[in-house]
Structure formats: structure tokens, C-alpha cells
Design a protein around this ligand. Sequence first.
Ligand SMILES: NC(=O)c1ccc[n+]([C@@H]2O[C@H](COP(=O)([O-])OP(=O)(O)OC[C@H]3O[C@@H](n4cnc5c(N)ncnc54)[C@H](OP(=O)(O)O)[C@@H]3O)[C@@H](O)[C@H]2O)c1
Length: 314
Amino acid sequence: MKVFVAGATGALGKQLVPMLVANGHDVVGMTRTDAKRDQLRSLGAQPVVADALDADAVGRIVGETEPDVIVHQLTAIPPKINMRRFEREFALTNRLRTEGTDHLLSAGRAAGVKRFVAQSNASLYARIGGPTKREDAPIDDDPPPEMRQGLAAIRHLEAAVTDARWTEGVVLRYGWFYCPGTSVALDPLGSQVEMIRKRQMPVVGGGTAVWSFIHIEDAAAATLAAVEGGPAGTYNVVDDDPALVSEWVPELAAAVGAKRPRGVPRWVGRLAAGEWAAVAMTELRGASNDKAKRELGWQPRYPSWRQGFVKGLG
Ligand SMILES: NC(=O)c1ccc[n+]([C@@H]2O[C@H](COP(=O)([O-])OP(=O)(O)OC[C@H]3O[C@@H](n4cnc5c(N)ncnc54)[C@H](OP(=O)(O)O)[C@@H]3O)[C@@H](O)[C@H]2O)c1
């Protein structure tokens, strides 16, 4: 198949493109910058240059390359997020998830694209009930103020993709990424590991939130499976081992040779880093990967972050 990857040079795209090429697909990789053409060629993709926020440019290159499948992995998340300015840090990502999605969908529709696979996030579930959520669980309808626009952008993306009747829309709700190129990595040093080493990442409020992680190679492998088959719809792409913050933060510290993190009360965490940070440490829910395993025939190579943090940080 001919697969058009928007976000081909990003953390996930870099893993995905060689996997697509190895499986015999023709890959078109999109970037904003001419300078990254060679990088895309070396991954095995045909480079195309366009700004995802420019509807005409996106329409033109999708029309010219005539892909069978579009993969939307566009984000613009800063390497180090200032938690006090969360909305500003995600403003461009939100535009990529709203306008960027709409432009790719319009272009894909005009070009007769058969399948459209897009990145979403598995930490969006309502903070009620049990610790691990399936895809049909409700989405948080009352997020902290600094997450409202971000969640609205994700809702827009998910609805636009799954409501498209002219194509097979697939939404992949990825867990928290780790591995080189992400914030949980040793080489190059990721921002979360740096914070843990500087003891700037305490366990807040008892660390009662549950996070679902995914090694980025496993996320790319699930994306490959979703490009190649499986029913349209929404899938959690997470590992088998939803993790309490009170467990994973100390284990990550141990894995990267840092001192054991301190514990601080919720109000201290909120004061220092804002309500979203406090929620992320005390209330988030994890996700179940049963559907992705069953319907996409996918298995994570790193079934648990416990091994992944020891062997998979680069
Ligand atoms: N589930 C998760 O935990 C999750 C999800 C997403 C990201 N992240 C984290 O966020 C950080 C950055 O992630 P990332 O590598 O995906 O982001 P990134 O380095 O910003 O890459 C995003 C991709 O989107 C493309 N892009 C951005 N704006 C564009 C535009 N206007 N037009 C065309 N293309 C555009 C970039 O292309 P060019 O730069 O080549 O133009 C790049 O290919 C990492 O630490 C990652 O782990 C985490």
C-alpha cells in the first residue's frame, strides 16, 4: 500500500516509517522543513514538505501522492513542558489535532483514502470507577482548567476520524511513551528522567493515579497493525501493566540511578505545578489493551514498563 505519514520525523514516526518499509509499503513522509528530507529518505520514505496547518498545501501533496492510507502523528509537544503554562505549551498541538486533522481528512477524502489512522491519548478517561478503562468508558468531561482545550482538541480529532463514513477511521489512544526520543529516556536524556534525577518529581498525594505506558517501538508496531488491518474504531495502545504513580516513579528513579523520590501532600504538588499535575499524580486512570490485542493481532514486546524502564530507555 501507499502510506502517507504526517509526523514522519516525530518520536513515533521515526519508528513507524522503517517498519512500514520493511513490510513492503511505499511510504510518503511529511515534514515542515526541507532540511529533513534526507532524514526521511534514510528511513526509506519519499519526503514531502508542507505545513499541516496550510489546507491548500496538504490538499496538494496528498492529491499528488495518492495514498491508500493516511497516518496522522502530528504533535508539537515541547521537550520540556512548563506545567504552569500547560495550555500555552499545547496550543500548537491542539491546532494540529483540530485544524490539522480536518485538513488531512479533507485531503484524504478528495484523494479517496481507504483508511485514516490517527494518534490520540489513553489518559483521557473519566476519573471515576475502577483503575483500568476499556475504550467504551466515558471520557473525562470535567478536566482541570489547563487541560480543557487539550481534551477538546482530542475529542474533536476522535469524533472527526471515527465519524468519517467515506473511509475506515482508526483512533489509537497511546499510553505514555518511553524510549529514546521521548521524555522518559536516558540517551538523549528525557525531561522526566532529568527531573527525577534532580529530585524535582516527587510522588504527590500518595501517588494514587494509574498510568498506562507504552514503549514507542510497541506503539509503532500497533500502528503498523492498524494500517494493515483490523476493524475501524478506537483502540487503547498501552502495555499489560497499568502502573500506580506510587510504584512507577520510584522504579523509574531506581532504573536511572536516581535517589528515591520524596513524597509531598497533594496541596503542595498543586501549589508547585498546578491542578493538572496534581490530578495526573492522584486521579488519572489507566487503560486496557485487550481490544488492540484481539482485533489488531498485536502484542507488546515490552508487556510491562517494569522491564521497559530497565531495558528500553536507550
Ligand atoms: N502518548 C504520549 O506519551 C505522547 C504522545 C505524543 C508525544 N509525546 C511526547 O512528546 C514529545 C515530542 O513528541 P513527537 O516526537 O511526537 O513530537 P515532535 O518532535 O514535535 O514531532 C511531531 C511530528 O509532527 C510534525 N509536525 C509538527 N508540526 C507540524 C506542522 N505544522 N506541519 C507539518 N508537520 C508538523 C513534525 O514534523 P517536522 O518537525 O519534521 O516538521 C514531527 O514529524 C516526545 O517526548 C514524545 O514522547 C508523548
